[in-house]
Write a protein of this length. Structure first.
Length: 438
């Protein structure tokens, strides 16, 4: 049995990506302790792991649920992203490290597993000389001569002019846009007695980690000639359905639409940017009266509050939630604001996409959808009914989008067990502790 300490931010999406890995490790008989915010105790306990809460010294909001919801600036683009990075991901690091130090003393883990944005878990493992596995919860953050900085949403450029563009952008982001979080991260390392690290702090996880797990496939990522050896593509962490979910009474409408040759369009706005006026309602309005079946989720809200039954067009079904694993095999197109898990689950089913917005990490996810050729990206957070209707018709009418999605589906099929592959990497890293000691 191996003792494993998992550390994640108190952010829904980050925990969702750790959950399949933790369940896999627990099922194999290993002892997993999971450090995160107190609001997520039921989720952690449900995996079979031991819950270790963030303390109050780590911040008043550490256990209050989704940290991003209290971020001071959730504006689109890299400028707002820089402010969020400083306040949510960098400033609390030292307090989190103090918590984790105490856990290491009491738990004696053989390996630390940290989400890619949780510097505290990485710094704590580094200070104590423990093997470290970092797992990504989004598009690959690794800096490269061939890519623009993460957060710009720009496609790769690997010719001489493109590499010059990339160098200039990295300097701009590091010294201007991300100057404050870069300096604060360096200051915190110094106060913790850790040596300085070179380069942009977004790339520090690949320098610190023994292994860096990218929960996607190489074909969905930009090519990088200088990709670190520590990066391992393990395939996506499959999003699970609800154990008690059953087909609702309207489910037969999907088969009827397909039999009649009418497209089935799935609309979902994710769990972070959830204002229905941005994406959900414009899409419903734009597709009202069209010869297609529209199935939409209300982001966990009461559908009656989002759009009363008497105002819904006849071709719409609106539910609080539908498992992607059940819905996506039935649809011709997915409309989404670009959550990493939803995008990958759709492409793994060969479903082309219309993706919307540039907030948080969605900009990079959506940029890869466009780059891959599997969908359209509308960058504005708030859309109009006309633009949504035109985008849906464009993707449905042009077979190259579906063809590319099908090609990616074949690539995803070569990575059938992301959680199992990730667990093997974690256990191999844990074994290096004994080899180091020897």
């Amino acid at each position: 049995m191996t003792t494993i300490l998992v550390t994640t931010h108190a952010i829904t999406g980050h925990l969702r990506y750790a959950t399949p890995l933790v369940r896999e490790l627990v099922a194999e008989g290993h002892d997993v302790v999971w450090y995160t915010g107190s609001a997520f105790e039921p989720l952690v306990v449900g995996t079979g792991a031991t819950f270790a809460p963030m303390s109050t010294r780590a911040g008043a909001d550490a256990g209050a649920g989704d940290a991003l919801r209290s971020a001071p600036d959730r504006a689109g683009g890299i400028g707002g992203y820089g402010t969020t990075v400083l306040e949510v991901f960098v400033r609390p690091v030292a307090a989190f490290v103090a918590d984790i130090d105490e856990l290491i003393d009491s738990v004696a883990p053989e390996v630390v597993v940290s989400d890619h944005s949780f510097l505290a878990g990485m710094f704590a493992a580094e200070r104590r000389g423990l093997p470290l596995v970092v797992f990504s919860t989004g598009a690959l953050h690794v800096s490269s001569v061939d890519t623009a900085p993460y957060g710009t949403g720009l496609p790769p450029a690997n010719g001489p002019l493109g590499r010059a563009r990339n160098r200039l952008l990295y300097q701009l982001v590091r010294r201007v846009v991300m100057r404050a979080p870069q300096r604060e991260a360096a200051r915190i390392r110094a106060t913790l007695g850790l040596p300085p690290l070179p380069g942009f702090f977004f790339s520090w996880p690949q320098q610190i980690a023994d292994r860096y797990l990218q929960s996607s496939i190489p074909q969905f990522e930009y090519p990088r000639r200088d990709l670190p050896d520590s990066v391992v593509f393990c395939g996506p962490m499959r999003l699970e359905g609800l154990d008690d979910w059953t087909e609702p009474p309207w489910w037969s409408r999907i088969a009827q639409a397909r039999a009649a040759g009418r497209p089935v369009v799935f609309v979902t706005q994710g769990t972070a940017a959830t204002d229905p006026e941005d994406l959900l309602l414009p899409t419903i309005s734009g597709l009202a009266g069209e010869e297609m079946q529209v199935v939409a989720t209300a982001g966990g809200r009461d559908p009656q509050e989002v759009l009363p039954v008497e105002q819904r067009p006849p071709n719409l079904v609106l539910e609080p939630y539908i498992p992607f694993t059940e819905m996506l095999p039935q649809v011709d197109l997915m409309v989404t604001n670009g959550g990493f898990g939803g995008v990958q689950t759709a492409l793994a089913q060969g479903v082309p996409l219309v993706v919307v917005g540039d907030s948080e990490d969605h900009m990079e996810n959506n940029a890869r959808v466009r780059w891959s050729g599997a969908g359209l990206w509308l960058r504005d957070e708030r859309q109009t009914a006309e633009r949504m209707r035109d985008a849906v018709h464009t993707v449905l009418a042009r077979p190259e989008y579906r063809a590319r999605a099908r090609e990616l589906m074949s690539a995803y099929a070569r990575f059938p067990d992301g959680a199992g592959a990730a667990a093997r990497v974690v256990l191999d890293a844990a074994a290096t502790r004994g080899r180091r000691a020897a």
